[in-house]
Design a protein. Structure first.
Length: 123
């Protein structure tokens, strides 16, 4: 019983901490905790760099709403047909489905849209 209370307290504290994060900070946390494993900020290693795919997406979707919607939808269910980076798929193969909820992908996509990875930024 005491263990359940401690765990519930931990979850409540975690929930308060996450809800108090600014959207950008949460996006940064989610991006750097997940995406950075394959997508390095400025150097392409096992997948396109963030700078590379961000610039491609910005050229295709200048409006934040369009950028976020397309990116989150594509990452949720990656496929060659709807990709705007077919050359990257040939070079690195298609990105696997990761199982993230679309709401999480939207937060990450907003962070990518808003962050200039060529300059120093908060991680």
């Amino acid at each position: 019983m005491l263990e359940n209370r401690v765990f519930l307290g931990f979850l409540t504290t975690l929930g308060l901490t996450l809800s108090s994060l600014e959207a950008g900070s949460l996006g940064s946390l989610l991006f750097h905790g997940n995406c950075i494993a394959c997508h390095k900020e400025v150097k392409a290693v096992s997948a396109p760099s963030v700078m590379e795919f961000r610039l491609n997406y910005l050229r295709a979707f200048a409006q934040k709403e369009d950028f976020v919607e397309y990116m989150s939808k594509w990452v949720e269910h990656p496929n060659t047909e709807s990709s705007i980076m077919k050359d990257a798929i040939k070079k690195y193969e298609i990105m696997p489905e990761l199982g993230f909820e679309k709401s999480t992908l939207k937060i990450i996509s907003e962070y990518i849209y808003e962050t200039d990875f060529s300059k120093e930024h908060e991680e």
